[in-house]
Design a protein around this ligand. Sequence first.
Ligand code: SF4
Ligand code: SF4
Ligand code: F3S
Length: 266
Amino acid sequence: ETKPRTPVLWLHGLECTCCSEAFLRSAHPLASDVILSMISLDYDDTIMAAAGQQAEAIVDEIIEKYNGNYILAVEGNPPLNEDGMYCIIGGKPFLDQLKKAASNCKAIISWGSCASWGCVQAARPNPTQAVPVHKVIRDKPIIKVPGCPPIPEVMTAVITYIATFERLPELDRQGRPKMFYSQRIHDKCYRRPHFDAGQFVEQWDDDSARKGFCLYKMGCKGPTTYNACSTTRWYGGLSFPIQSGHGCIGCSEEGFWDNGSFYDRL
Ligand code: SF4
Ligand code: SF4
Ligand code: F3S
């Protein structure tokens, strides 16, 4: 209780804000417990009360005050085209804000597939030249927490781990926490016995769909997607896409937006 809480600066680039929406719905631990008891969330323009110049001044203050001792959480990504003019925060390119905030931070958390891989705004032909955070910041440890959005409990778990152990979680070769991204959706999917038995949904709403058979023939990307959805599920274990009747679109995988995850290939 006496330990100072780790300061966190949470920036937003090109994104849809659903990573924040997911985070706020974490069931274990509650997002409110994370924000009020575990970390010191000093800046997050989505959920903070402050606005305008006063709020933007906080970013500079954190960078100076906590020299090398704050975590930079990034939701979304920077567009490089036209010197970053496609994403303006407080009158300046997000690209500049990101570089400045990263220069003094301890580590970066890249929230979601936007910050980790580029995501839909980087889809071909990518007119704004949106790129993931690691293409711009190369001299800081980066924890990628991909997913569109990531699983809420994975987001809060990553923060909990850092706050508890005062170190970063073990990462895989792609920079993702191994504890959540080392298995495929397919490995722990509750419909897997139907896959093994050759029982597949052939059409939406056919008899096999009503029986809960495997969604592989409907385009499910579970066999090639590394994420914890089939293990932890979402919102405290409530459900996940396959449980709601739709195949996995591989939203945590690099390039899923251009690689036929959507209906043109189903
Ligand atoms: Fe939204 Fe997906 Fe990007 Fe998160 S990763 S901000 S959910 S588009
Ligand atoms: Fe694998 Fe998808 Fe079938 Fe589940 S629904 S068993 S993840 S192919
Ligand atoms: Fe995304 Fe597939 Fe999980 S679509 S939410 S990785 S089941």
